[in-house]
Design a protein around this ligand. Sequence first.
Ligand code: ADP
Ligand code: MG
Length: 326
Amino acid sequence: NQLIDQIAAGEVVERPASVVKELVENALDAGATRITIDVQTGGKKSIKITDNGQGIAKNELALAIERHATSKIDSLYDLEHLGSLGFRGEALPSIASVSRFKITSQQAEADMAYCIRSDGGQISGPEPASHPPGTTVEVTDLFYNTPARRRFLKTDRTEFLRIDELIKQLSLSRFDVGFRLAHNGQIVRHAQAGDDEPLIHQRISQLCGKDFMEQALHIEHQRGDLKISGWVAKPNWNRARADRQFFFINGRVIKDKLVAHAIRQAYQDVLFHGRHPAFVLYLNLNPELVDVNVHPTKHEVRFRDTRLVHDFIFGAIHQTLAPARM
Ligand code: ADP
Ligand code: MG
């Protein structure tokens, strides 16, 4: 069983950033409005994530690190109408099998907090602990028992940059949630929760640059089930940086060829000469029209009607850019 978890971990847990992703998504699924992420040495030594979400009951702590113990899916119907980010019940057992792992949690209505530990998959606890309402997950010595995978990790700096990029993406996907990221005890990012316009603008300026936000065109477009909103750089603004491209589908960050193509075409059509158009875009559509369950890391999607989606994105961006053409 531990071996199965370690094999599954190969799919879900590639590096510290994938651990952070799973843990932050769990915090979001638990309804957290404030999430802090503390990592040491690029996440290799430790990853500690604290949320103020609904917490985990004492008698469910052990279940949470057992295989396929997801509490988020009851039927095939749920699988097709996925509201939550996690649904496989695979992440925690996988992470626990390749690290020293600890969850401490307090449910608001419970008498006290409890913690449970797992050392390479050997579970002990739960025992009484102290914690404000919410959950802290600590992952220490990632891959200590799978040296081959540990050797595969890059420098602390590179691993941290991947975590930072991920937190940027998550911060752009949930304005209503506060995020704080620290590396080796130093706060690197701090985004305050709030989805009113000044706070949203402030957050995008922080994450994508003031220079992007100052010239960006706002976009808001709807046709039937499809809705796109966000910001796109003016066609004459060509600071070539590929790290200013963010596309979200139903709240999840996506890197998709079809989407990239539609955006590039719209820019080329208005005589954009830069290499990397900059954008922060949110596409929302009926979940039945898109399959996000293509790969466990959930970056790729499959649209039911690719032509429809491509033309919609192209049209919306083109219409926004055309009046600003120089
Ligand atoms: P999944 O997210 O796919 O359900 P995970 O392995 O990521 O599976 O988590 C297992 C279960 O542990 C979740 O279904 C959830 O019930 C619980 N859980 C994990 N993290 C948290 C958290 N931060 N707050 C509350 N519950 C959590
Ligand atoms: Mg999960």
